[in-house]
Design a protein around this ligand. Structure first.
Ligand code: HEM
Length: 148
């Protein structure tokens, strides 16, 4: 029972307008999705599902603004949209997170980076676990704390 995560030694910052600006959120989202679109595996998934890129980016800016700055513009249903995507796999989530961390590392705002990375890994883990439960309900998931 020793492999469960422990709380970070330095508490995470809270979402707040003082954590980062709307411009910083916008830059994070735009730079990240520019990378995603160039990725050989992630790019085609987005090409298949996203017809209106300006609209998608605006939606994602609202999403991250809510999580990092506490704004209330975001209205969406991320869980159901991701569950509807066929051919999701662990490698896609790993790539998504690697590109996200690459982008937050460049944002020049360490506290924003810490909170964004933490939220991203939690949501990605939740999506992936839920996806597996919905798509392969009879396959046993790995025990909590082990890889996978
Ligand atoms: C394997 C990883 C992922 C893939 C391939 C992926 C792909 C997509 C695609 C194709 C859409 C557009 C869906 C549509 O409009 O029908 C979308 C929307 C979205 N994604 Fe992801 N995504 C991934 C991970 C994540 C993670 C980890 C987060 C959050 C931390 C996230 C947040 C969102 C949000 C907020 C939307 C908009 C939802 C809405 O409009 O209601 N995605 N994603």
């Amino acid at each position: 029972m020793s492999s469960l995560p422990v709380p970070p030694a330095t508490p995470l910052p809270q979402a707040s307008p003082s954590l980062c600006s709307e411009d910083e959120v916008m830059r994070l989202v735009h730079d990240f999705y520019a990378r995603v679109r160039e990725d050989p595996r992630l790019g085609p998934v987005f090409t298949e599902h996203v017809a209106d890129w300006p609209g998608h980016l605006a939606q994602l800016v609202d999403f991250w603004s809510a999580l990092l700055r506490g704004t209330r513009r975001f209205q969406g249903s991320p869980m159901s949209k991701h569950m509807a995507i066929d051919a999701m796999d662990r490698d896609l989530f790993d790539r998504w997170l690697a590109l996200f961390r690459l982008t937050t590392a460049e944002c020049g705002n360490t506290e924003m980076q810490r909170l964004a990375d933490d939220i991203a890994v939690r949501i990605a883990g939740t999506f992936w676990k839920r996806y597996q439960m919905l798509r392969w309900p009879t396959v046993a998931l790995p025990v909590i704390g082990s890889a996978g």
